[in-house]
Structures are given as structure tokens and as C-alpha cells.
Design a protein around this ligand. Structure first.
Ligand code: SAM
Ligand code: CA
Length: 238
């Protein structure tokens, strides 16, 4: 009998057909244009035992494109780790732009911080060490926060994605974008539960629920792109 767990994507190729194809994409279109500080950040993150958590450079390239398309100036990031997506955002938004970056963990942020400082973009970052949900709730209590953000990137605890979604839709302006990461969860969203490795099951469940909800949400336009581990781009419509 076929072992379906073998289909779970845990390797660097993401969800693509082969390592060679992923290498081709990176070498041809991504690495030649990746800013030097981001290469440095990837290098210092590579030795971390959880290096796999860093945003893939191809997803990062799409994120930079989206940030420029919406002229993002004020952004929110939930899930910083060592700061790849954060530094990418900081390098992309204008000099007077501001990122509210939230993570439970200061230690991992500190790994990338010297590179962020060297790149001259630290002044654009307001790093908040906290659970993300109370920070979003606090922001919503501030009268001028609603509808004031252009972009959000969510790459943290899957169990809370729908809670983040409700708050982010209020914080984003109409036309603003929220990007959710890992929305194909290693391909497990399309697998029977019994063939999914135990550690991936909670994520499989939350991701399936998230994907159903986003698809049914009339407040947003969506694009579910099979890039990296799957990303879902949502634009606030009203
Ligand atoms: N975007 C990052 C990058 O490009 O390297 C990767 C983020 S990593 C996949 C997930 C991060 O979410 C971890 O650093 C973790 O500490 C953080 N996190 C998990 N649960 C959280 C929560 N409830 N509130 C805030 N941060 C959380
Ligand atoms: Ca991720």
C-alpha cells in the first residue's frame, strides 16, 4: 500500500515537483534580485535549529511585490522569528513607514537585529514582545487605528488565524492586504487525517477551517497561491 505520509512536504522544495525545479526558480528569479541584507539574514538563520520557520525567499519576493502594489506604509507583522519577512518589509516600505511587529520571542528577533540595524531600517520597526491577540485588541481601542494599516503578514500560531483575521479586517483600510502563510500546511490539507503525521494534525485542522472561512468571506478578495508552504492573499473589499 502506498505510504501517503511520504507526500508530506518537509523538504526545502516546498510544494513544487522537485528540488531541481525549486533551485531553478530561486537561482533564476529570486537570488539575483534578493537584497544583500536578506541574504545575510538567511545565512545567520541557517544554523538555527528551527531555520525552516523562516519565510522562503520566493514567498518574500511576492510579498515585496504586494507591498509596493498597495503603496504600503503602515504594516503589521505577526510572527517575526529572526526577521526575514520583517526586514524585507522594512526594506520595501518608505523611510517614514512603520511596521508593528509582534512576536512572543525576543531571543530570535535578536539574531537578526544586528543586520536590521546595519541595513539602516530599524527606525521603521516597532517590535512588541507579546502574544499577538491582545496587541491587536489594544490597537483597536485606539480611535485612529481602525482602517489605518495598508498591509499585514500573519505567520504565527495557526490556531489563532481566524481571530487575527477578524481584527485585521478592521485595522486594514479598504483595499489593504493581509497575507496568511502556510495555508497548504505541507500539502496535508488535501490528505485523509489518518495519513498525516501526528505533529501536523492540529495545523491540518486549523488550516482547513481557515481556508473554508476565507473562501466564504464576502469582505475579501482572495488568491490562494501554492508558493512556499502555501500563502493566501486577501484584499479587504469593504
Ligand atoms: N515570518 C518569520 C520569518 O520570516 O522568519 C517566521 C515566523 S515563525 C514561522 C513563527 C513565529 O511566531 C515564532 O517566532 C513564534 O515565536 C511566533 N508566535 C507563535 N505564536 C505566537 C503568538 N501567539 N503571538 C505572537 N507570536 C507568536
Ligand atoms: Ca511560515
Amino acid at each position: 500500500m502506498e505510504d501517503k505520509t511520504k507526500k508530506v512536504s518537509t523538504s526545502s522544495k516546498g510544494l513544487l515537483q522537485s528540488e531541481e525545479l525549486y533551485e531553478y526558480l530561486l537561482e533564476t528569479s529570486v537570488y539575483p534580485r534578493e537584497p544583500k541584507p536578506l541574504k545575510e539574514l538567511r545565512a545567520v538563520t541557517a544554523t538555527h535549529p528551527r531555520a525552516m520557520m523562516g519565510t522562503s525567499p520566493d514567498s518574500g519576493q511576492l510579498m515585496a511585490m504586494l507591498l509596493t502594489l498597495v503603496n504600503a506604509k503602515r504594516t503589521i507583522e505577526i510572527g517575526v522569528f529572526t526577521g526575514y519577512s520583517l526586514l524585507l518589509t522594512a526594506l520595501t516600505i518608505p523611510d517614514d513607514g512603520k511596521i508593528t511587529a509582534i512576536d512572543l520571542n525576543w531571543d530570535t528577533y535578536e539574531i537578526g537585529l544586528p543586520i536590521i540595524k546595519k541595513a539602516g531600517v530599524e527606525h521603521k520597526i516597532n517590535f512588541i514582545q507579546s502574544e499577538a491577540l491582545p496587541v491587536l485588541d489594544k490597537l483597536l481601542e485606539t480611535s485612529d487605528s481602525e482602517g489605518s494599516f495598508d498591509f499585514a503578514f500573519v505567520d504565527a500560531d495557526k490556531i489563532n488565524y481566524l481571530n487575527y483575521h477578524e481584527r485585521l479586517l478592521k485595522l486594514l483600510r479598504v483595499g489593504g492586504i493581509v497575507v496568511y502563510d502556510n495555508t497548504l500546511w505541507g500539502g496535508t490539507v488535501a490528505m485523509p487525517e489518518e495519513s498525516v503525521p501526528e505533529w501536523m494534525k492540529p495545523g491540518q485542522h486549523y488550516t482547513i477551517e481557515l481556508n473554508k472561512s476565507l473562501a466564504a468571506d464576502p469582505r475579501i478578495q482572495i488568491s490562494h497561491a501554492p508558493l512556499g508552504d502555501g500563502i493566501t492573499i486577501c484584499k479587504r473589499l469593504y
